[in-house]
Design a protein around this ligand. Structure first.
Ligand SMILES: C[S@@+](CC[C@H](N)C(=O)[O-])C[C@H]1O[C@@H](n2cnc3c(N)ncnc32)[C@H](O)[C@@H]1O
Length: 217
């Protein structure tokens, strides 16, 4: 599958600085391709030299708006009509409350900020519920075996498996979805990166109907 993001970064020999692990480009394209041409609202925590802002805008196409968040006020210089810069600390939950009030619609959030577990956890907790149905959350740079943010995020994997099987009429097994299962489609781990996809519409019941009519006793 051609990957326009990878082609973009490979062609960036001049202009604002941009640094991403190369294996992330396959991950981005796999999970974000569905937003291309759909005017998504994208949030990236971590602006640094500003090079990723035009990359996202070019990839998603006209109408895409990128909100860059950074603790360093010098990043304000990278604002443009289609990129809004917000200065704040991603570990500050009051900052996220203000952000949610200012930006009511978010399709994609990429956390490439301070990379500390408590910063990543606050960002996930404050913003995952705010991302629209069908939206995608990505956290980059989860480094180190035993990383505390990874342990926290793995507890979300366990929450995907929650629920008690009830066998109903005709032997149909069913599980009533928890609110987490109803909203979250999947949790994906890659080397140093976490992706969470939200469901487009709530899944309230998982069921396993019987098919076929030949069964072993
Ligand atoms: C890895 S750089 C971002 C790189 C950029 N996304 C790119 O692709 O080129 C990390 C940025 O996160 C910012 N940062 C560090 N701690 C932060 C925090 N607590 N809240 C928000 N931004 C933070 C730094 O100022 C720095 O600009």
């Amino acid at each position: 599958m051609p990957n326009a993001l990878r082609a973009y970064v490979d062609g960036q020999v001049a202009g604002p600085g941009l640094q991403k692990w190369l294996h992330y480009f396959e991950i981005y394209h796999r999970h974000l391709d569905k937003f291309v041409g759909r005017r998504p609202v994208v949030v990236e925590v971590g602006v640094f030299s500003g090079g990723s802002l035009p990359m996202w805008r070019q990839y998603f196409g006209p109408g895409c708006h990128v909100h860059g968040i950074d603790i360093d006020s010098e990043c304000e210089a990278f604002g443009s009509p289609d990129s809004t810069i917000h200065i704040g600390d991603q570990a500050d939950r009051a900052m996220w409350k203000r952000f949610r009030e200012t930006v009511p619609r978010v399709d994609v959030l990429i956390d490439d900020g301070g990379h500390q577990p408590e910063q990543q956890a606050a960002t996930l907790e404050e913003m995952l519920p705010h991302i629209l149905p069908g939206g995608v959350y990505i956290c980059e740079d989860v480094h180190g075996a035993g990383n505390r943010f990874a342990e926290f995020a793995c507890s979300l994997c366990h929450r995907l498996n929650a629920g008690k099987i009830e066998t109903g009429a005709g032997g149909v097994d069913a599980i009533v979805a928890t609110p987490f299962q109803a909203a979250i489609h999947s949790v994906h781990w890659y080397p140093m990166a976490l992706v969470i996809e939200k469901r487009k519409s709530a899944e309230l019941l998982f069921s396993a109907p019987l098919r076929g009519n030949e069964w072993r006793a």
